[in-house]
Write a protein that binds this ligand. Structure first.
Ligand SMILES: [Zn+2]
Length: 292
């Protein structure tokens, strides 16, 4: 199998994720990838309304503790972004129903979004306007070149079929001093080492698994440089973990969270705490030579 990132033939099977899908690892660039990727029909089915309901982010089933938790995480990300770019046009790729864009708008950014799910993008369009939200993929979008100061891809790059195309398109939409902020699972983490194939980020909708070095490798191929790396902390609360772990069941964590959820008073199960669960945040800029 040829590596879809660097074209090296030095790849090996890491493990079987299902009877039909394997996770492979590239010896050359270090990326891990799912083979075969889900096809369009399988993806459409996965990203239908039920997917968002299960994540507690559907308009109909909006869950207050999920919303509070996600807003707290977005402010962590926005504080980092503001160190580079204090205001301007921000494009959130994979904006879902627009929670992050609402938080960005509140602190002075002009919000734009791209969302694959028609269901979610229709909700985002109602919030920000038809012309601000593109329904489809980033590659299909029709925003003008160099239009954005900040492009965010949170929990996105691991889902796309060809990450190099997505990053190249993002680079073309970015103004010369702009930044791209990416959050994605990081294979070089303690949780990955400890959990192995049971790592919670290994799932069929994740086609690629990067590390600090492999994300830098692909960024360089797109005329970009990683200028900042950190562990990707997220706000979490017990209510959210309880919901998640009863959808994606884990032999140890699911019974554990069920006990905690039963024992703790409701006030505590809704309280946010900050936790790194095997993800990284990187800030990416165009090569210095491209900004002349
Ligand atoms: Zn490779």
């Amino acid at each position: 199998m040829v590596c879809p990132i660097c074209s090296s033939k030095q790849t090996e099977i890491k493990f079987n994720l299902t009877d039909e899908h394997q996770v492979l690892c590239c010896i050359n660039c270090g990326v891990e990838f799912l083979f075969p990727q889900l096809n369009d029909n399988e993806l459409k089915k996965l990203y239908s309304e039920n997917y968002y309901v299960s994540w507690g982010i559907s308009g109909k089933h909006e869950n207050e503790s999920t919303k509070q938790m996600k807003t707290a995480t977005f402010h962590l990300r926005l504080n980092r972004i503001k160190q580079y770019i204090p205001s301007g046009k921000i494009l959130d790729v994979g904006c879902a129903t627009g929670y992050f864009l609402e938080a960005a708008q509140q602190i002075g950014f002009e919000p734009y979004g791209v969302e694959f799910s028609e269901y979610s993008s229709s909700i985002a369009k109602k919030k920000f306007g038809e012309q601000k939200i593109f329904s489809g993929t980033l590659e299909e979008s029709n925003f003008p070149d160099s239009a954005f100061d900040v492009i965010t891809m949170f929990d996105l790059i691991e889902h796309v079929c060809i990450p190099e195309q997505t990053l190249t398109k993002a680079a073309s939409l970015l103004n010369k001093n702009g930044i791209i902020a990416i959050m994605t699972p990081d294979t070089k983490t303690i949780s990955n080492n400890l959990m192995g194939k049971r790592w919670t980020h290994y799932k069929l909708e994740h086609f690629f698994y990067f590390s600090r070095s492999s994300i830098n490798y692909i960024a360089n191929r797109c005329g970009l440089d990683v200028v900042h790396y950190e562990r990707g902390k997220k706000a979490l609360n017990i209510n959210y973990l309880y919901t998640q772990l009863n959808i994606y069941k884990h032999w140890l964590l699911t019974p554990l969270i069920n006990i905690i959820h039963t024992l703790l008073p409701a006030k505590l199960t809704a309280r946010n705490f900050y936790f790194s669960i095997g993800e990284m945040v990187v800030i990416i800029k165009k090569h210095a030579s491209n900004t002349l």
